[in-house]
Design a protein around this ligand. Structure first.
Ligand SMILES: [Zn+2]
Length: 139
């Protein structure tokens, strides 16, 4: 087993360099536990961090980040979901047509969109791929 003591070199995660780097042990908590280390790269004295543990934590952080990403949907995701959930047939957008929730309109400028909300007698909220728009209908 590698002996740990003050003055010995150890691989530790540097908070400043954001990397596992060679550090010199500055202090020990006990015979087996490293207290503080000094980075050979940036000379910062900091608490010893096991690089393998840092990596693990990073990966779990990444995966939870991925999860939060899916829970916070982008407009394109919302649009995709709305299109997939709608059973309506796509129809050309016209201000004269009266739309209902879930209808799919094909807008000359914004492309296909799904009626997301009936705001008013003559106003609808439509999700398009890149934007959410308020449009007229039932005129
Ligand atoms: Zn450093």
């Amino acid at each position: 087993m590698k002996e740990l003591s003050v003055g010995k070199e150890v691989l530790s995660y540097c908070n400043k360099d954001k990397h596992a780097l060679a550090h010199i042990i500055v202090s020990m908590k006990d015979e087996m536990t490293i207290g503080k280390v000094q980075c050979k790269t940036c000379n910062t004295t900091q608490a010893y961090k096991d690089p393998s543990k840092v990596k693990e934590r990073r990966q779990t952080k990444k995966s939870t980040l991925g999860k939060s990403k899916t829970s916070k949907l982008s407009n394109a995701d919302l649009w995709m979901e709305a299109v997939n959930n709608s059973k309506a047939k796509s129809q050309a957008y016209s201000v004269k047509t009266k739309y209902i929730l879930g209808d799919i309109v094909d807008h000359p400028t914004f492309g296909p969109g799904v009626i997301d909300k009936l705001i008013d007698q003559d106003k609808i909220q439509v999700i398009f791929r890149h934007d959410i728009k308020t449009l007229m209908h039932n005129k």
